[in-house]
Design a binder for this molecule. Structure first.
Ligand code: PFF
Length: 453
């Protein structure tokens, strides 16, 4: 994998490719429901603070590790220190857990796009529609199969470049559309302004350790951190491109879209439910319940609904491709098998885990793992347990084994200067590992019901 490494041309190539992986369902579907659930403004504040300090340092470290070694995550850790090779392997397990349930949600998005195209907009705006849809056994499974199938075909034939090009044109359109929907809601829906306040004004009484746990898990997820993706991207990055600047651009892009998605969904949910905490804490179904209602009240709402869901589908697809690509290439590297075989193995694993995630809302509705629905369990296990472990080990590795200087030297190649060197050192060596440890312990205690936080 290390030989013949292609690299991104131009400065913007790297940022766009990394942003294509980063921007996806995490921003549009996951961020708004977490922000709504964990107190609105306070979640937003914690998220932004973490992104500027912690997310920044970790992303710089990962990209620099990749560029320094020119290797895939597993190879990179192994090359730098044999004892840490397992971190690369652990990192590769994360996307294999995410991909199956990500594709279940991707299937829901396809269903909604299809529904708007076939003129089902009125029905979809009804309260019971979404529950009725995921409560069926077969239909969600078919959409899931379609989504994962399309992802696999693209990865198998290696045509992701084409898709990425399409999505890069779509991305700005998506931003404009989200902004338009948000402004429309704020101007026309009664009570939406109260919802806006809920979303942007921090209410410190709503703060708890779980706010930080959720915000940090979301940060990893949204920025595709702690799973080797950024190491892979870094390995393709040219030496004369500024890691610091690129990281900032990716962060602004990723966080900006998440913020706008929250702006589009939270005030609407707040208004429709009169600020009912139960509606706000609804979780994974939040976006699917709220958006069709907004579209129903909008002039040309059906057309906008079609365009919106098709674009979200594309954003999800570029992310699922990069998830699958990582797992496929790791299996190829590790077991020395061909791309095709590896692709089929990953498809098999995804179906094996995706089917239960989907059935968790219907036939297997009674099954709970650690008190969580099956899909929520996979989400929790990857975001709140495995990713913090990988991030913690990465910090320890960079802070104490490799030493931050190795990273800052890499960042400062070709006359680039790392402006926030001090922050970086302190974050990586002390603040980040300590915070992650506290967070990891709290989420384990919480889920096992030892302490309710
Ligand atoms: N960052 C993506 C999102 O926010 O939707 C999810 C993701 C994609 C995570 C690719 C990891 C990854 F490798």
């Amino acid at each position: 994998m290390s030989s013949n490494r292609s690299s991104f041309t131009g400065k913007i190539g790297f940022v766009l490719a990394a942003a294509g992986s980063a921007v996806g369902l995490g921003n549009i579907w996951r961020f708004p429901y977490l922000a709504a659930k964990y107190g609105g403004g306070i979640f937003l504040l914690v998220y932004i603070a973490l992104s500027l300090t912690f997310g920044f340092s970790l992303m710089v470290a990962e990209i620099a590790i990749g560029r320094k070694t020119q290797l895939s995550p597993m190879g990179a850790f192994r090359a730098l220190d044999k004892r840490f090779a397992f971190v690369g392997v652990l990192g590769a397990i994360v996307p294999s857990i995410i991909l199956p349930y990500y594709s279940v949600i991707g299937g829901w998005v396809m269903k909604y796009a299809y529904g708007f195209i076939t003129g089902d907009a009125f029905n979809m705006a009804q309260d019971s529609y979404f529950g009725g849809f995921i409560g069926q056994t077969w239909e969600p499974l078919v959409w899931f199969a379609l989504f994962i199938g399309i992802t696999a075909i693209i990865v198998l034939f290696g045509v992701e470049k084409g898709i990425e090009k399409v999505s890069k044109v779509m991305m700005p359109v998506l931003v404009v559309l989200i902004l338009f929907i948000a402004i429309f809601t704020l101007c026309t829906v009664d009570g939406a302004l109260d919802g806006l306040i809920y979303y942007i004004k921090p209410d410190f009484s709503k703060f708890s350790i779980m706010t930080v746990v959720a915000a940090m898990g979301q940060l990893f997820y949204s920025m595709s951190l702690a799973m080797g993706i950024m190491i892979t991207f870094g390995s393709y990055m040219k030496k004369d491109i500024s890691i610091e600047k690129s990281t900032k651009q990716i962060e602004i892009f990723d966080t900006g879209i998440a913020f706008l998605a929250g702006l589009m969904i939270i005030p609407a949910v707040y208004a429709f439910s009169g600020g009912d905490p139960e509606a706000l804490g609804k979780g994974p179904s939040l976006m699917f319940g709220a958006l069709p209602k907004i579209f129903a009240n909008m002039p040309a709402g059906t057309v906008i609904g079609v365009v919106f869901f098709v674009m979200v589908f594309l954003a999800a697809l570029t992310s699922s491709i990069s998830l699958m690509e990582t797992v496929v290439s790791t299996i190829q590297d590790k077991f020395g098998i061909g791309r095709k075989a590896s692709c089929f193995i990953v498809l098999g694993i995804s179906i094996a885990f995706g089917v239960p995630s989907s059935l968790g809302y219907s036939a297997w509705g009674g099954v709970k793992i650690l008190g969580l629905q099956i899909l929520d369990f996979f989400d929790f296990a990857s975001n709140n347990i495995l990713m913090p472990i990988v991030a913690f080990l990465t910090c320890i590795f960079v802070g104490y084994i490799l030493k931050p200087k190795a990273i800052t030297d890499e960042v400062e190649l070709e006359g680039n200067r790392l402006k926030h060197k001090k922050t970086f050192n302190i974050m990586i060596k002390y603040v980040a590992p300590l915070c992650i440890l506290i967070i990891l312990i709290s989420s384990v205690l919480d889920v096992f019901g030892i302490v309710k936080i």
